[in-house]
Design a protein around this ligand. Structure first.
Ligand SMILES: C[S@@+](CC[C@H](N)C(=O)[O-])C[C@H]1O[C@@H](n2cnc3c(N)ncnc32)[C@H](O)[C@@H]1O
Length: 567
């Protein structure tokens, strides 16, 4: 296991949280505040609604005790049936971070929960209610009265607007604490684990805090997003064109960025060159307008890999355009191909009105059509649209943890089932200690990449199959022997109930559940360990260990590696 960087301070926090959470165990789950984050059975939702009703009283008691630390709200609503109106302003103090990194606040004296994007723990601010949602409301921040705890200067000039890094001005230690707390609360409230059941380890920090992303996708837009204080500088035409990241909440407005601190230096050099020239009227390049569907340039995707032999950076530049006009891109291609790290310039042509960057057609404008990356001693070829872990450095750490949890004996006698295998990276790294690896994945392109990656690395004991794991039928499992270890690495919605039922029937000795969404992870672990009473489904696993990993500093994302053993 990678040694956690944290000292006693951290352990103390975790344990005090444990005690606090022990007391709060029956109380309202912050994680379930956004119903879209966790889908549960109707019976469960009904039960949860009833529970929530019961919890309101208890919350009020807790909140009364917190009266000293939370100021009363601006409109002074302090009665039990409190429910703020849209447009109402409240003075709030952020208590913690929850789903999608939103700040959780409670309205003084009422315990009413309010979520605010970009509010950070300890921050006192005025918020305006934008919407009511079930038992809570969302506010936007109008004004900060006093800053959050653990405040630091954000190194990126766009940090206060950009939707990418929401917590850059929160110290990294505090970011880690907030992520740990979130995982723990979800495991207790959604996963229904008691503190004794959860062997939760301290979160593994990411050693590289900036320039860790190997892939960034920027959008071209005809409407530049500007912060309120700069609105009077708004210009028309070419001056209003933008290349950057979508402003949060605006599908048609783009925050222009000249550099992004999360991507590699060579990728920033390419971005700077393109920013310098693409608006030149002589080139006749136009950004695609998502409302009128007119224009040429849609997205700019920059991927950074490493040459397997030299270890040096190699860069792929992918222009996503609405039509195929290579002569229009020629001046840009000529300029950026002078950067030594640029080994591939691609053009994905997507004529649909949708916003996706995957083209119906793909053309190589310069160099090769793939770049390479190495992970746990293996070489992977990455094409413009292949899925690959976006933080290679931390993926090394993550995969080592997965390998440790898989616990393969090394005598090549064990079968591994790699569910949601993507381009096969996890299964392939395990294959050297396994008898055979079977990988399942929905995207056909990813499956062909996985097969090519197996071949590239001389691996012959891996089979990759395309299929929809949300639709597993009775016959699923007939095509592979009973696995000794199942790796499951679903995307954010987690596992479908059909797959959970399959796993409960399969009874593999070990499951390593790798998750990028602790809310759905907690739900699925609950089903696998505790079953689903309403459906007479019995759980048969024990949660042996839970390891959060920070793959993406300054963002709300949290990865978890969970080891389940058959009881
Ligand atoms: C978080 S990624 C994991 C990829 C891979 N394990 C890795 O580490 O690179 C989740 C993968 O699940 C795949 N996926 C999503 N829904 C699926 C489904 N219903 N059936 C099978 N695969 C699916 C996605 O295409 C994606 O490759």
């Amino acid at each position: 296991m990678a040694a956690p960087m944290h000292s006693f301070r951290h352990l103390t926090i975790i344990h005090s949280q444990f005690h606090r959470l022990q007391k709060l165990q029956k109380f309202h789950s912050l994680a379930s505040l956004d119903p879209s984050s966790v889908t549960q059975y109707p019976e469960r939702q009904q039960q949860r609604r009833q529970e929530t009703g019961l919890k309101t009283q208890e919350n009020r008691v807790i909140n009364k005790n917190k009266k000293d630390s939370i100021e009363s709200n601006v409109d002074n609503n302090s009665f039990s049936s409190f429910f703020p109106k849209r447009g109402q302003t409240l003075e709030l103090v952020c208590e913690s971070l929850a789903f999608k990194g939103k700040g959780v606040c409670k309205v003084a004296d009422t315990g009413f929960v309010v979520l605010c994007d970009r509010a950070l723990p300890g921050e006192r601010f005025i918020g305006r209610v934008t919407r009511r949602k079930g038992s809570y409301a969302e506010v936007t921040k109008v004004k900060t009265m006093s800053p959050h705890w653990d405040i630091i200067d954000a190194p990126c000039e766009y940090a206060s607007y950009c939707g990418g890094c929401k917590t850059q001005n929160l110290s990294y230690e505090a970011q880690l604490r907030a992520k740990e707390q979130q995982v723990l609360e979800l495991m207790i409230h959604v996963g229904k684990f008691s503190l004794e059941d959860v062997d939760m380890k301290s979160i593994v920090p990411c050693d590289i805090k900036f320039h860790y992303r190997n892939k960034m996708e920027f959008s071209f837009g005809s409407k530049k997003w500007l912060p309120r204080e700069l609105l009077e500088e708004k210009q028309d035409g070419i001056e209003n064109y933008a290349l950057g990241l979508h402003a949060p909440g605006f599908f048609d407005k783009v925050l222009n960025v000249d550099k992004c601190l999360l991507q590699s230096e060579p990728a920033n050099m390419v971005l700077a060159i393109i920013q310098d020239v693409w608006r030149d009227p002589q080139l006749g390049l136009t950004p695609y307008d998502v409302k009128s569907h007119v224009g040429f340039l849609k997205h700019l995707m920059l991927r950074t890999g490493r040459n397997a032999k030299t270890g040096l950076h190699e860069l792929m530049v992918n222009f996503v355009t609405s039509s195929y006009k290579p002569q229009m891109l020629k001046p840009l291609v000529e300029k950026i191909s002078t950067i030594p790290e640029v080994v591939s310039i691609m053009n994905n042509v997507n004529s649909s009105v949708g916003n996706t960057s995957v083209g119906e057609e793909e053309y190589t404008l310069y160099g090769k059509s793939t770049i390479t990356e190495t992970l746990r001693g293996l070489t992977f070829q990455i094409s413009a649209n292949s899925f690959f872990q976006t933080n290679t450095h931390q993926a090394e750490v993550l995969y080592k943890l997965i390998e440790d949890c898989a616990g393969l004996g090394g005598d090549n006698s064990e079968i591994v089932l790699d569910l949601f295998c993507g381009t096969g990276t996890i299964g392939l790294t395990l294959s050297k200690r396994a008898k055979h690896v079977y990988g399942y994945e929905i995207v056909p392109q990813a499956i062909s990449d996985a097969c090519r990656n197996a071949e590239l690395n001389g691996i012959t004991n891996a089979t990759f199959v395309q299929g929809d794991l949300n639709k597993v039928g009775e016959s699923f499992g007939n095509n592979f022997p009973k696995p000794d270890v199942v790796i499951s690495d679903p995307n954010r919605p987690g596992m479908h109930m059909k797959l959970i039922k399959f796993l409960l029937k399969l009874k593999a000795p070990r499951i390593v559940y790798v998750s990028c969404n602790p809310a759905t992870c907690a739900r699925d672990l609950d089903y696998l360990c505790h079953g689903v009473k309403e459906q007479n489904i019995e759980g048969c696993y024990k949660l042996k260990s839970l390891q959060p990993v920070d793959m993406f500093p300054h963002t709300p994302h949290i990865e978890c590696v969970c080891l389940l053993e058959l009881r």
